[in-house]
Design a binder for this molecule. Structure first.
Ligand code: BG6
Length: 296
């Protein structure tokens, strides 16, 4: 595998000898692109996204930490943070690569962010000592993204994390998502009502913003089908929730960084996370959450 650092050292890309590739932006350690051997792009990325850390990337896989969604006065410790926290806009450090050649060719890229690396203005919003290690592993069939959160300070903190993956789809009207059967969800487009999924698979025919807790647990795969055939299988580790989000036409038009305007027809966010309640990390504790996405 070949690893290249480009764009004034703000992007790291890796290509396997068989042609599969991944590209990561150091702002947010955001995976921007993931292509199969034939060069077909697996992730959706808005043409007008910011890529300079002034805002989270609109597409790819933004990392949500330490807060999911907007801040709330009900949880004082995170009440000053911006929507989805600061990890998706902070500048991360590229820590290095590990590669393996041969029939099981793969490359792992490691990225780090710690409280020491944050701007003072961000530290003031959330003053805890933490370390984040994010590993992006590409092999011929899959992409694995793993986040390890450590509490490096004396004081305990609460956090949430989520891998906000924007999947590229051919036609949203044909998308079906399985693996959410009999699962409780919070319906954010219907006053945060708690509901239970009955329809299976889930289809998207309008604005959707749901926080599922899949009944079968993280190891049970979530499968996204598009145009009548399965295209992605997602297996989670330690991440109990799955958010399904599509802004649909009106909301997409209202977002300055969402282009083309009808791009909502070609994307669906299926986001693995730990976002129902809080992970409490005491001094020295760690939390690890991961997803593996297989191309089908
Ligand atoms: C999803 C949330 O994860 O992210 C939605 O469930 C939100 O409510 C969406 O609108 C996009 O968030 P942002 O901050 O990137 O516009």
């Amino acid at each position: 595998p070949q690893v290249t650092i480009s764009d004034g050292s703000s992007r790291v890309s890796a290509v396997l000898s068989t042609g599969e590739s991944v590209e990561v932006l150091l702002f947010g350690a955001t995976v921007l692109s993931w292509k199969d051997a034939g060069g077909s792009e697996k992730l959706w990325l808005s043409k007008d996204t910011k890529l300079d850390g002034s805002k989270g990337v609109r597409g790819g896989i933004p990392l949500v930490f330490p807060l999911f969604g907007p801040a709330s006065s009900n949880h004082e410790a995170t009440s000053k943070l911006p929507q989805h926290g600061f990890a998706r806009t902070a500048r991360w450090e590229f820590l290095g690569k590990s590669t393996s050649e041969g029939s099981s060719s793969s490359v792992k890229l490691d990225f780090g962010l710690s409280s020491d690396g944050l701007a003072e203005s961000v530290k003031a919003l959330w003053p805890y000592k933490f370390g984040l290690l994010y590993s992006v592993t590409l092999d011929r069939e899959s992409l694995n993204t793993t986040l390890v959160i450590t509490n490096d300070g004396q004081e305990s903190f609460d956090c949430q994390m989520l891998l906000h993956t924007y999947f590229n789809v051919k036609d949203i009207s044909t998308v079906q998502i399985t693996g959410l059967e009999d699962s409780k969800y919070v319906d954010k487009v219907d006053g945060a009502k708690i509901k239970t999924e009955v329809s299976s698979p889930v289809a998207v025919s309008g604005e959707m913003d749901r926080v599922y807790t899949p009944a079968k647990g993280p190891q049970h795969p979530i499968v996204i089908s598009d145009f009548g055939r399965p295209s992605f299988r997602i297996v989670r580790d330690n991440l109990e929730q799955v958010v399904v989000w599509n802004p649909w036409s009106e909301k997409a038009q209202g977002m300055s960084d969402f282009t083309p305007m009808d791009g909502y027809k070609n994307m669906v966010c299926v986001e693995a996370g730990s976002v129902d309640g809080w992970q409490k990390l005491d001094k020295g504790d760690a939390f690890e959450g991961a997803q593996i996405i297989y191309i089908l």
